[in-house]
Design a protein around this ligand. Structure first.
Ligand code: XMP
Length: 529
């Protein structure tokens, strides 16, 4: 058997100084085939050495080391680790300040595209450019976003890049393998950004590109087998979304019939969704799935409830109750698998510090493992969403399932505003199905991150034939976003919206009018409740 490469070999540590782009850095490193993790800037020496990075990237951030301010400090352990370090934006400024250079507030803040001249043939930028300048030097189009800049080099450092507004736009201390870039290589606008980060991690840090979907699958399968043992049985709650479906396929590859998926049809799913999930997982992948028809129980619990958070709690609790009943029926499991992914891990680390406000209580199957005395298995815990999708394709899951838009745990209950009733759900399902069908037909489904219809329990007057109608309204919501933390309304073609609106009013009895939601997040959220 070929020896499996260690996919965590050559790992890169990304220290977060509060940049909005920190996650992007970690993702770009992984796109270069190298495992990376994000940790807070104040990581302890022990944590740093037990992580054992082969290179460290310092993110940007809102802090400043000018005017006598210290800013967030870079831990000394970073420089004691003896591995290459790349500081980006604030990371570069803090490094320059640490080694005795000068940093000042720039006369003009610089946000947006800039042309940078690569100088000095550094290891980091050699041979990477968008164009060649008049003197034979490399020119790069880069994304800048800074108020401060380095104005004097620390001892032993050289300038490796300059722009008109930032004469010291890149620095290097070749002997110690310390590098800094004022611009943001992690942002897609920096066209050679991936090449530069690739050079740092694959070249300078010498990390081989082994973090690939095929290797991730192999490694996960092996580690699930080790964790679960020869005879262990695993239960998995299937939601119909990408994450739990990929987890199911992975577990099935690892332990076959010893995983049982439990799919609770709560009556709050989109049209046809329950059948599609069963089809893909049970028939397509051979995963054993129990489908529990629980719609009447959920609807009974939701009767008369209008408050969104109350709906979420009721649904979460009832889900746990049903899951427990079914788990008992399935018998003998000692593990519970969850589709937790890396952004959830990062979010909860931030929530632990008390800095993140709870805007909406997103529920997983929290509380279950302790109550049921089950050990947790989280096979996707290290993966970003796009990596989960790549693994799903690698495992042979259908594209439709893999690229499905995310769907909230409480389902349509948070898309029927106010009281959830079957007649409202039915109208919403019909309108939503028309919207998604037309989006797919027009090639827009994959161009937006999430799209759905919302049912408003207000009544509006309309006229159809000669008849006056006084009926509820549906709103269409489609957003573009990379991380779901911020989003903007997708600019769907007007003709498409018109087609959807006409079809909904004509085909869905009991809807008099269709609106379009153009709000961004923030200040709005993606869901209406
Ligand atoms: P918001 O509405 O908070 O949504 O902007 C951000 C993303 O989270 C999804 N969402 C939920 N997912 N349980 C979930 O599992 C929930 O209660 C929940 N509420 C919102 C939403 O669909 C979007 O993708």
């Amino acid at each position: 058997m070929p020896v499996l490469p260690d996919i965590h070999d050559g790992r890169i540590l990304v220290l977060d100084f509060g940049s909005q782009y920190t996650r992007l850095i970690a993702r770009r490193v992984r796109e270069a085939g190298v495992y990376s993790e994000i940790r807070s800037f104040d990581i302890s020496e022990d944590a740093l050495s037990s992580f054992g990075p082969r290179g460290i990237v310092l993110s940007g951030g809102p802090d400043s080391v000018t005017g006598g301010r210290d800013g967030l400090p870079i831990p000394e352990a970073v420089f004691r680790a003896g591995v290459p370090v790349l500081g980006i934006c604030y990371g570069m400024q803090a490094m320059a300040a640490r080694f005795g250079g000068a940093v000042d507030s720039a006369e003009a803040r610089e946000f947006g595209m800039a042309e940078v001249r690569a100088r000095g043939h550094s290891d980091l930028l050699r041979g990477i450019d968008d164009r060649t300048g008049p003197g034979g030097e490399g020119l790069l189009d880069v994304w800048m976003s800074h108020g401060d800049r380095v104005t004097a080099l620390p001892d032993g450092f050289r300038t490796i890049a300059s722009s008109p507004n930032a004469p010291i736009a890149g620095i290097a201390h070749p002997g110690r393998q310390l590098y800094g870039l004022q611009f943001h290589p992690e942002v897609a606008h920096t066209r050679q950004g991936s090449a530069i980060l690739g050079r740092f991690v694959n070249g300078i840090c010498d990390c081989p590109p082994v973090w690939t979907p095929a290797n991730i699958v192999e490694e996960s399968v092996a580690s699930i087998r080790t964790r679960v043992g020869e005879a262990g049985r695993v239960l998995l709650a299937l939601s119909g979304g990408v994450d739990s479906s990929v987890a199911a396929a992975l577990l099935h590859r690892a332990i076959g019939d010893r995983v049982t998926g439990i799919f609770v049809d709560n009556g709050l799913l989109r049209r046809g969704e329950g059948d599609e999930v069963m089809e893909a997982l049970a028939r397509g992948q051979g995963v054993r799935v129990r489908r529990v028809e629980a719609a009447p129980r959920f609807l009974a619990a939701l009767r008369g409830v209008e408050d969104p958070e109350r709906k979420r709690t009721l649904i979460g609790n009832l889900f746990i109750e049903i899951f427990e009943e079914e788990a008992e029926r399935a018998g003998g499991a000692s593990f519970l698998a969850q589709g937790t992914i890396y952004p959830d891990v990062i979010e909860s680390a931030r929530a632990d510090t008390g800095k993140a406000d709870v805007i909406k209580s997103h529920h997983n199957v929290g509380g279950l493992p302790e109550r049921m005395r089950l050990s947790l298995v989280e096979p996707l815990r290290e993966l970003f969403k796009d990596e989960v999708r790549a693994v799903g394709l690698e495992l042979g899951l259908p594209r439709d399932l893999v690229f499905r838009h995310p769907f909230p745990g409480p389902g349509l209950a948070v898309r029927v505003l106010g009281e959830v009733r079957e007649d409202r759900l039915e109208r919403l399902r019909a309108a939503d199905a028309i919207f998604l069908e037309e989006l797919r037909r027009a090639g827009w489904y994959d161009r937006v991150a999430q799209a759905f219809a919302v049912f408003l329990p207000v009544r509006s007057v309309g006229v159809m034939g000669d008849q006056r109608r006084h009926e509820p309204v549906v709103v269409l919501r489609a957003v573009e976003t990379a991380d779901f933390m911020t989003a903007r309304a997708a600019r769907l073609p007007w003709e498409l919206l018109e087609t959807v609106s006409t079809r909904i009013v004509n085909e869905v009895p009991g809807i008099s009018r269709v609106g379009v939601d153009v709000s961004s997040k923030p200040p709005a959220t993606i869901e209406w409740e």
